[in-house]
Design a protein around this ligand. Sequence first.
Ligand code: ATP
Ligand code: MG
Length: 355
Amino acid sequence: MMNQTNSKPRILTGDTPTGGLHIGHYAGSLEMRVAMQDEYDCFFLIANHHALSTRAQETKDVAADCVNIVKDWVSVGMDPNRSTFVLQSEVPAIAELTWYFAMLLGYGRLMKNPTIKDEIRVKGLGDTYSFGFLMYAVGQIADILCFKAHAVPVGEDQIPHIEMTREVARRFNQLYCGVDPQTEDADYVQAGGLFPIPEAKVGRVARLAGIDGKQKMSKSLGNAILLSDMPKEVKKKCNRIFTGRGTMDDPPVMENNTVIEYLRAFHPDQSRVDELVEQYAKSELGDGHLKKEASETINALLEPMRERRAKLTDDDARDIIKSGSAKANAFAEQTLWEAKQAMGFDFHPRKLVIE
Ligand code: ATP
Ligand code: MG
């Protein structure tokens, strides 16, 4: 069995293969992941089971997006030699732990999760969503706890999910490891618990708006500037940014203006942005000018990513997933075994082989 001890604290985070990653992911999470790679033992997960919650009819596209996500990750500087890239469907311990954790989470509690409610509304799922759609939130608890993560870098929308993860981790530790419910979160492992109580770490930009200027930028909503977009595409999308103005004769909208938000998030020279915003407020500059600045800024950000992406083939990406998943399995199988021991379900040990 694997020795899980590593002097560095661990993080687990990831993305769903529901399309290419976008600049909202970058500012909200990816940028922080790159910076955390030295200080933390990093597990980055491609949540292909979760993608089925909205794409069960498109499994081949989900598979293609798994490869694309690896390319997105490498393009921003996430490094498979320092971090572990994990494909969810290749780590069976996650699915098994999902069963156990599902029993520790109330149905009513899950349905009160504001992110679930929001996703049902925004993605137009009505009451037609599958049972599996709700399961994804439990599955995410297993993703995190399987790697005994101490921290989870995420965007703002994920905080309710991390809160549920914390509740389940406490419950498991109390119920099966005999930890006193009065224990401080930071002391659970020391008190004999199996799972650390993980903390959410929100990135520099908690919620980047989409080019529609309304919803959060999201790969499923068609309002995203993708990390893989070519310069022309970025320009076209920036021209479409909704700035809040009804007609060009209306005064500029200064609150929640998405083009300003992008300049604030990505322009390397914020004093220049101050100047632009001041002139814009006085109508000395129009929407078109700001959109052009935004498109140049975003293209400058994406250029080195395009170069790194071009060096990686699909086969390279598949190899990265394979070796990462092998490492992840060694860790996850050990966690599952310990969880089963704590529960008295340790009937016999097993060895997992990846061909
Ligand atoms: P989907 O539309 O399929 O839900 P998504 O664009 O919301 O996709 P996820 O895979 O759900 O992306 O999220 C991956 C990570 O990126 C999460 O930590 C999430 O909080 C973060 N994230 C997603 N969109 C944004 C955004 N617009 N701003 C900041 N962070 C974001
Ligand atoms: Mg999402």
